[in-house]
Design a binder for this molecule. Structure first.
Ligand code: FES
Ligand code: FES
Length: 142
């Protein structure tokens, strides 16, 4: 158990870490997904988790994800971000999706990112980027 103000949120705790600024503070109401992290391997919105409830759990922000270079490159080549505010949350969700389902359909990708808002891109470049990263080199894609 972390000794902290019982009202403090996990995202506030994370943002105090100098090397973990990828998770963003957006709505603080669980709606935007900017604060998305992996908590014990599950996608969670860190603004909906109390910091005091963390007790030896594995909390992983975008900085702690392995092997996401292909996803990041796909986001660049598909212009899947403009302001970038949503991007770390999108990448966390995308990495989790591809870990569970390496060859998702576009509908499965849309479903996976449905809890993450982007005010800039219209979503299709993000869907295309994730699909492209997943299906790169796969002859079954299309
Ligand atoms: S800041 Fe957590 S969902 Fe928006
Ligand atoms: S790129 Fe601006 S909110 Fe998604």
């Amino acid at each position: 158990m972390i000794d902290t103000d019982p009202r403090r949120l996990l995202i506030e705790l994370i943002r105090d870490e100098p090397d973990a600024k990828g998770a963003r503070v957006g709505c603080l109401t669980g709606d935007c997904g900017a604060c998305t992290v992996l908590l014990d391997g599950e996608v969670r919105k860190a603004c909906l988790v109390l910091a005091a409830s963390i007790d030896g759990n594995d909390v992983r922000t975008i900085e702690g994800l392995d092997a996401i270079e292909a996803l990041q490159q796909a986001f660049v080549s598909h212009n899947a971000f403009q302001c970038g505010f949503c991007t770390s949350g999108m990448l966390v969700v995308a990495a989790d999706l591809l870990a569970r389902n390496p060859l998702p359909t576009k509908d499965e990708i849309r479903h996976a990112i449905s809890g993450n808002l982007c005010r800039c891109t219209g979503y299709e470049p993000i869907v295309d980027a994730i699909h492209s990263a997943a299906h790169a080199g796969d002859a079954r894609s299309g």
